[in-house]
Every structure is written in C-alpha cells, then in structure tokens.
Ligand binder design. Structure first.
Ligand code: NIG
Ligand code: FE
Length: 412
C-alpha cells in the first residue's frame, strides 16, 4: 500500500542519519519539518520534505494533515502484556494501606498472576493479550517488547512466549520477546531458590532457545526476589544461548544490580526508581540504556526514576510502560510521556526522544524504528489538530491521536 500525507503542520523526529541513541544534551533537540509531506510505500518511509518541494507523488491515497502533527509511533521497550486475569483486589488492598511488598508476602503479587496464568489455556491467554495489544496500537505504539515471567513453570513460561510469538505473527506491530523466568520464586520452591534456578537454567532456557522464543533475558534483581549473584548466574547461562540481558533493577532497593548488568553488557536496565551515585557512575560510558517506567511509579506511589538528574549527568534515557497486572495496568505511552514531563521534569523534546529513538535502542530496533528516516518502518502517529507538539504531554488526559499507521497500515 502507498500513502501520501500532505500539509502536515509539523513532522517530528526527522533525521537523515539517525543516531542509535541520544544522551545528555542531545536529548534536548527534536528536529522537525514544518508544512511537510511524507510518502510511505509497502510499509517503509520512502520520502519526505516540505510542501514547497513536494515531488510528483500522484495517484496514491492521500491524507490531508492540515493542522495535524505527524511523528514516529511510540517504541515501548518494556511490557508484560501477556497475562491472565487482573489484580484489582490488590489495588484496593493498597488503597487500604498494604504495600506492594506486603501484598506479595501474603501470596499475592506475581505469584497470584502466575497461578491464574497456569490455569488459563493458551487460546484464552492469546485472546486476552491480543485485546491489550490492539489497545496499545490504537494508542500509538508501533513496536513493543513483551516478557514472560507469569508462568514460573517450564510449561507456562513456554505458553506465554508462544502467545507472544503468535501475536507477532498476527499483528503488524513489531514485537521483541524476553524470557523472564526469574520474575519471582514460585511457591513450590519457596525454601529452595537454587532448585528453581537449576530448573530455569537446565530446563527452561534450553527449551526457550530451541524453539527460538526469545531474544532477551531478564531477571527481577531485588531483595526478596533474585540477588545480584543469582542474576549473574542467569545472565551467564543466557549468554550461552545468545540471549542479551534486559533486566529489572533498583525498583525498591539498590543492591548492585546496575553495575553487574553493565558488566554483562545488558542492552537495558529498567526501573531505577532508587538510584545511588555509584549506580549512576556505573551507567556512564556504557552502552546500556537506562529505562524509566513512570506509570509504574504513578500507580504504586513510589519514587520516580531521577530522569532529570540522569540526563543532566550526560546519560541517555528511554521511557516505557511496564504494562502488567500488578504495578502498571496501563499501556498508554502518551500518559508515560506526559508523566515523564510532569513528574520527572523532562522537556517535551527529551520525553519524545526517550519514547522513540531511545525506546527503539532498548529493544534492538535502532536501525528500523524510532525516527522519520528514509528506509525505516512506516510507523506513524497522526495527531488531531493541536497547537504544537508541546501540547501532547501538556494536555495529559486528552485523546489527541487521530490515526495510527503501523507497518504502513492504518489501524482502525
Ligand atoms: O516490572 N517488578 C517486577 N515486575 C513487574 C511487576 C510485577 C507484578 O506485580 O505483577 C514490574 O513492575
Ligand atoms: Fe516490568
């Protein structure tokens, strides 16, 4: 399919040679073209420019984008959208005063979701997850990472990853998958964590690799979950199967997970709500992308990742949703971008860069996603008529999206 968008009020994130990631001061710049056009063909960005220099693109479907802004679709590099059921009772428990950790200690939390998922058929899991994927696509997400981690048995972990794989086959959105067998210690192994690690390393990992179900490996490195030593064992084992680390660290406590993940060449370290100066130093001069998940902080009422401080220290930063039933039952990247501006003091330019180019980097998609660049995948958001791009994070509760195009296709 060929499509021409004309009279675009402003085309955002236009980069002829797009860098793989943006750090520090470079995040303040958002290159744009005013009064622009863009031409896409067979799912690829073919050409773009300003209206005074539009080529003879005729005979194709044309959308007049007068008054509207066009930008690359969001790149959500951290989600858990394959899950079964919901946990609204825990939400009420938290309102009534229990903490996330106290709920988990009572058998709620991740283990609650794992029980539900183990009892859910692969088909039902697919349908529940597909509904969420369709929702996030309508909200402007054009590429997403999906983790396992609510299975916690070999069979259920494989079920989750097969569902994610089927979603990637059925939908135009680009999906990257991550094996997160080390999300929590299942009840059967309550007093035998090493036994679970053996199962993960000797049974789960080889099967995930054999069926080519994941490209990345994740660990919830946190007090009460997996230690730094556990994480190092799992990442070393994952490396044997060419799985690249993308890890949950520093959500509640700083226990040395960041430095260890950087040492293991992690593609990203995610959460970072608690960040010490030593953690920040460990990220400097590394290729690891720090990822903030502000809607998780919002939902759990925990600190926000110190994004302002990190960018001012010259670091890169990506933004993602963390869409999951426990800490973030929302996959809305528009809300994430607003919340990063409002609560983390990122400028609109920094937040948009963090949710496009840097999000693409954090899931290994820098060459194909995250910017308006010739030859990249045609993943576009067309906004409603709005005064400026700063209005997007400013009007935080409004639905400002008119049309979403993913892989060249209009999403209905
Ligand atoms: O990223 N913190 C670990 N994992 C998820 C939440 C898991 C859950 O509560 O179900 C997260 O926040
Ligand atoms: Fe997460």
């Amino acid at each position: 399919m060929k499509l021409l968008l004309t009279h675009i009020k402003e085309l955002l994130q236009v980069r002829e040679n797009c860098p793989a990631k943006l750090s520090g001061k470079d995040m303040k710049k958002l290159p744009t073209l005013k009064n622009a056009w863009i031409f896409i063909s067979h799912g690829i960005i073919e050409a773009y420019g300003t209206m005074d220099k539009m080529g003879p693109h005729q005979g194709f479907k044309t959308l007049d984008c007068s008054g509207k802004i066009v930008m690359p679709a969001w790149c959500d590099s951290h989600s858990h959208i394959v899950y079964a059921g919901n946990r609204e009772q825990e939400f009420v428990d938290r309102i009534n005063g229990l903490s996330y950790q106290e709920i988990a200690e009572k058998g709620g939390g991740i283990l609650n979701s794992a029980k539900k998922l183990q009892e859910t058929s692969e088909e039902a899991l697919y349908h529940q997850s597909a509904a969420r994927l369709e929702e996030v696509m309508r909200l402007g997400t054009g590429a997403i990472e999906i983790k396992s981690g609510y299975g916690l048995t070999t069979e259920a972990e494989l079920k989750m990853l097969r569902v994610a794989k089927k979603l990637s086959e059925e939908y135009p959105i680009t999906i990257k998958t991550t094996f997160l067998g080390a999300h929590a210690i299942p009840s059967d192994y309550k007093n035998n964590k090493d036994g679970y690690l053996d199962l993960l390393c000797n049974e789960m990992l080889p099967k995930v690799a054999e069926e080519k179900l994941a490209e990345y490996i994740d660990v919830f490195c946190e007090e009460g979950y997996f230690s730094v030593a556990d994480m190092e064992r799992i990442l070393s084992e994952g490396k044997k199967y060419n799985l690249t680390p993308k890890v949950h660290v520093n959500q509640f406590n700083s226990i040395g997970g960041i430095a260890a993940a950087v040492k293991h060449n992690a593609l990203s370290v995610d959460h970072l709500e608690v960040l010490t100066d030593a953690d920040l130093e460990a990220l400097k001069n590394s290729e690891t992308m720090p990822v903030a998940l502000p809607s998780c902080s919002y939902f759990l009422s925990i600190p926000y990742t110190p994004g302002r401080k990190m960018i001012d220290a010259g670091l890169p930063l990506a933004l993602a949703t963390d869409y999951n039933p426990g800490s973030t039952p929302s996959g809305n990247m528009n809300f994430v971008v607003s919340t990063a501006c409002i609560k983390m003091r990122l400028t609109p330019e920094e937040a948009i860069n963090a949710a496009t180019i840097n999000g693409a980097y954090a899931m290994g998609l820098s060459k194909t996603h995250g910017s308006i660049t010739k030859g990249k995948v045609a993943n576009l958001i067309i906004t409603k008529e709005i005064p400026s791009y700063g209005y997007l994070p400013y009007a935080f509760g409004s639905d400002l999206i008119d049309t979403v195009i993913i892989n060249g296709k209009e999403i209905k």
